[in-house]
Design a protein around this ligand. Structure first.
Ligand code: MN
Length: 251
């Protein structure tokens, strides 16, 4: 079995190394990850410049591009084999609810799925996480389970792991995405030459965090596994929109 591993925190991120170390005994792994932290770039593809690939050691490649570039390159011609599975992470920080639309971690997995491969994104719920051991064990167990009993659905699994020691993890739950309140305000900073620059503020606190959501599971000590689909259509609203359009003069 061949497993492609990427992330958005960059090729030197401890979460990536923990994931690769945990998965290496299970399969042939290839790591292709950005040469810098590309958190929050979503599904960006680099189209206005060429992309450099640097082999750091056998099967480890540093890429001058986004997480999506990494997986796209790997599957559409750089590798001379087709991976059986794409893994992304382990991200430093949660990817819950609306986060999945901004996340480069989830995007790398989505790119794998878009190109026809099963894919999983892994995140630990706190930015302060320095110890990825628990998350790596959970990732390894999940991949082993999938190898033993394939889960054949056209989906990306978005896995969020509480930042806790393994003995404090209560189990795992299949969840849906919750959502957040509006993001916190921007943060202005003054440069020595008089200009004001702005930092994007933190994500909003959880708003839809009830039972069944990814927020609720992780808050209560469970690993959250959300199956993601790419179809963002609000299917229940399509007939209402069609009716509304009928009432509009088109001249
Ligand atoms: Mn990240």
């Amino acid at each position: 079995m061949n497993i492609l591993i990427s992330n958005d925190d960059g090729i030197h991120a401890p979460g990536l190394h923990a994931l690769a170390k945990a998965i290496a005994p299970l399969a042939n792994i290839t790591v292709m990850a950005p040469d810098r932290d590309y958190s929050g770039v979503s599904n960006a593809l680099t189209l206005d410049k060429p992309i450099a690939v640097t082999e750091l050691k056998p099967n480890w490649y540093s890429i001058s591009g986004t997480p999506t570039d990494c997986v796209h390159l790997a599957i559409t011609g750089f590798l001379d084999f087709e991976p059986d599975l794409v893994l992304s992470g382990i991200n430093k920080g949660a990817n819950l609810g609306d986060d999945v639309l901004y996340s480069g971690t989830v995007a790398a997995a989505v790119e794998g799925r878009n190109l026809g491969l099963p894919a999983i994104a892994f995140s630990v719920t706190e930015h302060a996480c320095k110890n990825f051991d628990t998350a790596a064990i959970i990732a390894k167990n999940l991949v082993e389970s999938l190898m033993a009993k394939p889960f054949k659905h056209n989906t990306v699994l978005n896995v969020n792991i509480p930042n806790k020691p393994l003995q404090d993890i209560k189990g795992q739950k299949a969840t849906r995405l919750g959502y957040r309140h509006r993001a916190e305000p921007i943060i202005p900073t003054h440069c020595p030459r008089g200009r004001v620059f702005y930092w994007v503020g933190p994500a909003g606190k959880g708003a839809d965090v009830g039972e069944g959501t990814d927020f609720h599971a992780t808050e209560n000590g469970y690993v959250s596994i959300t199956p993601l689909q790419i179809d963002l259509t609000a299917h229940t609203i399509t007939p209402t929109l069609a009716n509304w359009l009928k009432g509009i003069a088109n001249d």
